[in-house]
Write a protein that binds this ligand. Structure first.
Ligand code: CU
Length: 499
């Protein structure tokens, strides 16, 4: 039915056009062919000039009207160190092309008007004019050379990689249909290696190689959080099709190409808060961010920098958005401290962990720091005796008093402390959980305490400074009803007996 109606409308329009042309033929026959042609020419020429004026006025007016919504104008000055040079390149190009644009439009339409067909006028032919040719070749050549050279300078400054020894933060962005994974290097500042054959959507989305220690502290971030005024290098990857890493406010834009890592280096120079303050003065930013909530935050308060995918990569393309937060150095440190390493929270001591059951260098160092501050607290304490330190990293083989290899780190630290502080004597206390027979537990705890004492005296601590005491299951620190509680109760304690 609808098809029929559309067909009827088209047919009617065709009939009207045919009838109109017949009417004008008739009118021409009455007026005379020649005169009606002259009239039509004049009419067309006049309207061409009107069109040109309206078109140019509207082009310029709309550009000025929407200026503050465009990057580089109004509140949208570049938020990165290099962004200003890209904006200036854009403005210079716009200046030259703008002149050419306006001049050619005026000349095009004016000539159509001025040289319309008129009675008795003949065309002038001149096949060659050296001066004119010099001008229209020379002027564009000079302008082009200027634009290209300026562009090369901006390109080289923007795209040069970090120099050896330079301070910067490296993060990694991996695009896929349809999201970004953002990886931070963790405390070591180094991003761990990855390989596509190791990718497992459930347990290893990036294909990180867990045998590479650089991966251990890497973490995945929900938002991109960066400190202001620090150089950032983004390593850009794609897992499937072409994507594009686009941070419009920072004039950062780089393809994410499957199989070909790319990068972009930039230095944010405005925090999110500073950018919001810049927007605040513009009336279009002073409306409620959410129209259904007129008392809610204003648009400028709700503003956030964003990462978008600028490559039309599929039907979910629009959802490849991430919030970018530029913060002060202190806020950045605070945020870093709340982030969890992907390996530590998802892989550590699972089947996928190549270091299962071993202590990692990072854990050993961390524990060393903890122990050192506990030792320092003991030394600062005014009481002479009684301070207790739980030797968390002393482990025994199940049911036996044989120290496991990993215990040496903790006990070497203890030995170091005792060597430095020769006046100190300690008691080594063994504790078990409540499982099994009481007297067996008593015997086991005593022989474990003895084993620790034996290790320390082998390290050169005089046996007059060491005593070993088995407490069996008599002094639990937690309930014995849960596995975690029992684990906490099985422990070795170091007690200061004289200072
Ligand atoms: Cu995309």
């Amino acid at each position: 039915m609808l098809g029929l109606v559309i067909f009827a409308i088209i047919a009617l329009i065709a009939v009207i056009i045919v009838q109109l042309s017949k009417v004008s033929d008739l009118a021409a026959a009455i007026k005379g062919e020649e005169e009606s042609k002259v009239q039509a020419n004049n009419r067309t020429a006049f309207w061409l000039v009107i069109f040109m004026i309206v078109f140019l006025v509207m082009s310029v007016t709309s550009a000025l009207y929407y200026k503050d919504s465009m990057l580089g104008y109004g509140p949208h000055g570049a938020a990165s160190a290099h962004g200003g040079s890209i904006d200036s390149l854009f403005n210079v190009t716009l200046f030259f092309t703008g002149i050419v644009f306006i001049l050619t439009q005026i000349v095009l339409f004016w000539f159509a008007y001025k040289y319309r067909e008129q009675k008795g006028r003949k065309a002038v032919f001149f096949p060659h004019n050296t001066t004119l040719e010099l001008i229209w070749t020379g002027v564009p050549a000079v302008v082009m050379v200027y634009l290209v050279v300026k562009g090369l300078f901006v390109w080289n400054a923007t795209m040069s990689d970090v120099q050896p020894g330079e301070e910067y933060i490296e993060i990694e962005a991996t695009g896929y249909q349809f999201a970004w994974d953002i990886r931070y290097p963790g405390a070591d500042g180094l991003i761990g290696t990855k390989h596509f054959t190791l990718i497992d959507p459930a347990t290893n989305p990036l294909g990180q190689d867990w045998s590479d220690e650089k991966n251990i502290d890497d973490f995945m971030a929900q938002d991109i959080v960066l400190p202001v005024n620090r150089k950032v290098r983004v390593a850009i990857n794609s897992k499937d099709v072409l994507h594009n890493f686009y941070l419009p406010h920072f004039r950062v834009k780089m393809d994410a190409v499957p199989g070909l890592p790319t990068y972009f280096i930039f230095t944010p120079i405005k925090t999110t808060e500073e950018y919001r303050q810049g927007l605040k003065d513009y009336p279009e930013w002073q409306a409620p961010a959410d129209e259904s909530e007129p008392d809610g935050p204003q648009r400028w308060e709700a503003f956030d920098y964003e990462l978008a995918c600028a490559e039309l990569c599929g039907k979910g393309h629009y959802s490849m958005r991430k919030v970018v937060k530029i913060v002060s150095e202190e806020e950045y440190e605070e945020w870093l401290a709340t982030q969890q390493s992907f390996y530590m929270s998802n892989i550590r001591n699972t089947e996928a962990d190549p270091f299962k059951g071993e202590l990692l260098g990072y854990e050993i160092n961390k524990r060393k720091g903890e122990l050192e501050s506990q030792f320092a607290a003991v030394m600062a304490d005014t009481a002479n005796v009684g301070q207790i330190i739980n030797l968390e990293h002393v482990f025994f083989k199940t049911g036996s008093a044989e120290l496991s290899d990993n215990s040496k780190y903790e006990l070497d630290n203890v030995a170091g402390f005792l060597k430095q502080n020769k006046s100190i004597s300690v008691e080594l206390g063994g504790h078990t959980d409540s499982q099994g027979d009481d007297s067996n537990n008593q015997i086991l705890s005593q022989s474990r305490a003895d084993a620790v004492l034996g290790y320390l005296s082998k390290k050169g601590i005089g046996s007059n400074r060491l005593t070993a005491q088995g407490y069996g299951e008599a002094s639990p620190v937690e309930t014995n009803d849960t596995a975690e509680g029992r684990q906490a109760n099985r422990r070795t304690e170091l007690k200061i007996t004289s200072k």
